[in-house]
Structures are given as C-alpha cells and as structure tokens.
Write a protein that binds this ligand. Sequence first.
Ligand SMILES: [Zn+2]
Length: 449
Amino acid sequence: MSRAQKSSGLTLRARHILPMCFGPIDSGWIRIQQGRIVAMGRRSPPGSVLDLGDAIVLPGLVNAHTHLEFSDQAQPLSGDGGLPEWIQRVMRVRRARADLLAEDSESARQHTAARIAEAVGRGLQESAAAGVTAIGEIVTAFVPDALSSIGPRVRAYRESIGLSSAAVDASHSQLVCDLDRLAARGIAAGISPHAPYSVAASLGNKLLHTARLRRLPVAMHLAESPHEDALLARGAGPFRTLLENLGVWQSDSPPQLLSAADWITKLSRAARGLVVHGTFLAESGDGEAIARLSYHRDRLAVAICPRTTQLLSGVLPPLARFRNAGIRVAIGTDSRASSPDLSVLAECRVLVDAGLASPEEVLRMATQHAAWAVAMEHRSGSLAIGRPADLAIVRPTTFPKDPYESAIDLSTAVVATLRSGRVIAGELPGASVLSQISAKGDLLPHMRR
Ligand SMILES: [Zn+2]
C-alpha cells in the first residue's frame, strides 16, 4: 500500500451517530482511517463522503455471554422443569457428539471437532449479521480455529467442571493446556468455573489462582436457578438428584461446594469477573451475595440473558435490583439451546417491551457495559477517536424523536457490521461508491473467510 493509499480513508454520514460514550450526533459523520476512528462531527464533513441516508451508526454490539457450539440448534431445547431438566437435555445433545468420541479413534474425534467448529463458525456469522463485533464465548472441549477468524472479536472463556478430586486435577490440567493453545492462536482468553453445583471449592481455588497468575478475566454462571441454594446449603433438591443421576454425587463423601456469596469473593480476585445470570442472587444468603457483588462492582459485572431466563425460570432478570446496587449489567444471548437466535437487539427489546429499561439503557448494556464485562472496553463498546472502527449500521423504518428507540425498533434492519473498518457482514449502501473508495483506501467491501 502506497503512502497516498494509506492516508486515504472513508467518511460515513448518517442520520444519527450514537457513540454511547457521549450523546447522539444528529446528522453526523464518522471518519475511518486504517481501521480506526479518526474524526467525528456534525453536518458537513470535509472531503468525500459515503452518505448512508437515514441509517444510524452505533458501536458494534457486544454479546457478553454465549456458547457458540450450540449454534446449529434449529430451535431452543424445552425449558420444562427448569434448569436441572434442561441441563439433562443439553447433555443428551452433547452425548450424541461424545458417542463418537467413545470409539476413541482419531477420526471420530476429528469428526466431533469439525461439527463443533462448523457450529461455532455459523454462530460467528449469525452474530456478525446481527451487528455483533465482540463476543464473550464459553469454550468447552475443543478450541475451533474459527475463533481467530476475521469475524467478531472473541473472548474465549475456557470452562472447567469438576467435583471429585480426580476430576478437579484432570480439569485443571486440561485448562492449562487449552489456555496455551488459545494464546498460541492469538485468541483473547478467560477462565470459566462453570457453576456452583458443578465446581468443587478446590477446583475454584486452582482456577482463580491461574486467572490471577495469567491476568485473565473470569466468568461464571451464578444463581441461575432457585434450586441452587438448596444444594449449596443443605445438599438437597433437584440439583442433588441431577448429580446423583450423573454418578458424580457420593453420599458418603459429598463434594465441598461454595455459596454464591463465597464465589463472588473468589471471582473478585481476578482482574475482571462476570457473573452470568445472577437471577436469584438477591435471595441468596439473605442478600449477602448481592451485597458482595455491589461491593466488588469495580471488578465484577453481571450478564443477563433475558430470553433464556424467561425460558428456564419463567421470569425476567431482576434488572432494577442490579441497577439499585450500582452493578454494571451487560446483555448476552446465551446459546441457541435456550434462545431462538443470537440477536442481542432482540434481547434488548424484551427488556424495553417489559418496561424494565429505556432504549438508551439497553443499548448501553449491549455496548459499553458488555465490552467492560468481557474486558474489551479499550477496543469495543463505544465510538471514540483512536478506537478501532467496530460499527453496526442499522436502517430504521420509523423515526421517533429518540434515536435509541429508532435503533432497537423491531422493524430496524442491520445493514452492515464493520470490525476495524472491514465489513464483516452485510454491505454498505452505495456499494459502487464504496468499491471506488476501497480501491484507494483500506476498507474492504466484504468479509473474507
Ligand atoms: Zn451460559
């Protein structure tokens, strides 16, 4: 690329620019050069411009919590019976894949890995098409190459599960191995103790020690079900039945499990931590858990997944309680095993339609807060000069006074998603103009997978 080409760039003009780190710019423009935002302003920009008409430019959305390995699910699994029953259905899906592994042949292993990789690739594409440019992903048995593709940025939290001492050691060894693999591929990593009912205290200690040593963020499902406390406090309830059925609960030597409040203290020892769901946190330990979360809010955020919580618990996330406790709340979709799609905007609409939040608040949760939650706030979540040009360009059909309302309206379409100035899904309106600019500039017209 010549010096002249390097100095060229692209200026987009739109009805509204929503930087999120400050107020809307009506009739605004944003200039991108070498993948970064170099200027923003109102009305007439200097030089040539690509006019997006009535479109709205906002930061690329951040999906704070998902499991892309289930992106090949045509529809969510049934939520009947709540989380303990749903987990068994998920395990049946996993077992169908693992049956191949039982053959213990390299070809069976490769087949399973390829299937998961295909689902993850599909999930990344679906996410990009929905305006998502960064994802907090939970990784289990395989680390697909797709995670380091040119699609959305990924924070890959390696999940660990283990109750018996043998499982604890094996789980931690595998974690260390996979963290090295993630680092070798240049994928931003994290560590995820799965949940209080599946991770023994001793494994928790190892995981948090490793997170501190490697300076990695952590994420953990916590207080997702009203039945968790019964197991943690008294070793009883549907989770005990589940663990007994799985053969991992020994009555004569039950595993040492930690309360939600104790887990919050542990998670706060990492540089950044994400509590996933937290639906029943306020009821846990007579309010001790949510009080501790509030105390550690400079390090810990919550990710809520409204449609999943509705499916598995029949309620919506207690957003007001988190808000009143001063806790940052991010939005995630969870997986296609509990959600019909990977649309962050659809999750936003559920909260607005229920009167739980304003359009501006949900968009902040889906951008700034979610980027902070997955420790990507310096690259994602807001439009600011010097930041990578990670954008979602949406085209509304209705124009209420509030541009945030316009951006999340059901009829609003995502027309293009850009990561570092590259189009990773959709296409920019006026593509012929764009291709001329691309021939001279550094913005590519399409994602190249
Ligand atoms: Zn999850």
